[in-house]
Design a protein around this ligand. Structure first.
Ligand SMILES: *[C@@H]1O[C@H](CO)[C@@H](O)[C@H](O)[C@H]1NC(C)=O
Ligand SMILES: [Zn+2]
Length: 227
């Protein structure tokens, strides 16, 4: 897979020249857009700039590569830290990797009623339970937010809201994460549900912009490909 991140770019592909200005022009609609290369298309996925924070980002890649086949669905099987009885299955589906939206669906049971933070963490190493998984998955090194914030970790899925029976249902669509490899890839990392509500970066204290004050993990599982 050819996948690079660029800010201001001039790209040569098999003798064709695509200059940064042209790419800016075609990349603004935030869709996959073909730029003529030598026999292949150059695809561009753009992320809009965040004012006073970050310039626009572009991922540029060529097909075909090993995306797609068997990389369109993944599942995280959540198991609780100690005998807390929290468990769940959360399925991630991306019909058009690496850039299409990821559909997320699942149920988590055994939770205390109310909201619990739900995040993808950097690592998937469960040798010490849910304790050594790193911070929220954050490849662009920006601060914590909610799933609809313009500034957020890619791992920020907000909260799962458990009803009186302790079951929280997750139905979401995410535009940032990807099931293929590359900078936004989530497979091999861990999905974690926390004891407290995620304040989505809105609480006005320093930790709010780190992890939303979501507290300790209560259950976690590795996001792994299906089949
Ligand atoms: C959650 O569980 C309920 C009850 O088993 C089921 O009807 C529902 O479809 C599940 N939701 C998801 C997103 O899997
Ligand atoms: Zn976060």
């Amino acid at each position: 897979m050819c996948l690079i991140q660029v800010l201001s770019i001039t790209i040569y592909i098999g003798g064709s020249l695509v200059n940064g200005a042209a790419l800016n022009g075609v990349a603004n609609s935030n869709e996959i857009i073909g730029v003529p290369g030598k026999g292949k298309l150059l695809n561009v996925k753009s992320y809009p700039p965040i004012e006073n924070y970050q310039s626009g980002l572009y991922e540029v890649y060529q097909e075909p590569y090993y995306l797609g086949i068997n990389q369109q669905a993944a599942v995280a099987v959540l198991v609780s830290e100690e005998d807390e009885g929290v468990k769940g299955e959360v399925v991630f589906v991306q019909k058009h990797p690496p850039v299409g939206p990821v559909f997320i669906r699942g149920n988590i049971t055994g939770l205390t009623p109310g909201k619990h933070g739900l995040h993808i963490h950097q690592a998937g190493d469960l040798r010490e339970g849910c304790e050594k998984l790193g911070g929220h998955f954050n490849p662009y090194l920006i601060h914590h937010g909610g799933p609809r914030s313009s500034v957020r970790h890619i791992g920020d899925l907000g909260n799962v809201d458990a009803k009186e029976d302790g079951v929280g249902e997750i139905v979401a669509i995410d535009p940032l994460m990807s099931l293929s490899g590359g900078p936004r890839g989530i497979v091999g990392r861990a999905l974690v549900v926390s004891e407290n509500e995620d304040d989505l970066g809105q609480a006005g204290n320093a930790n709010s912009l780190v992890d939303g004050n979501a507290g300790k993990p209560v259950a976690c599982g590795i996001i792994a490909y299906i089949r």
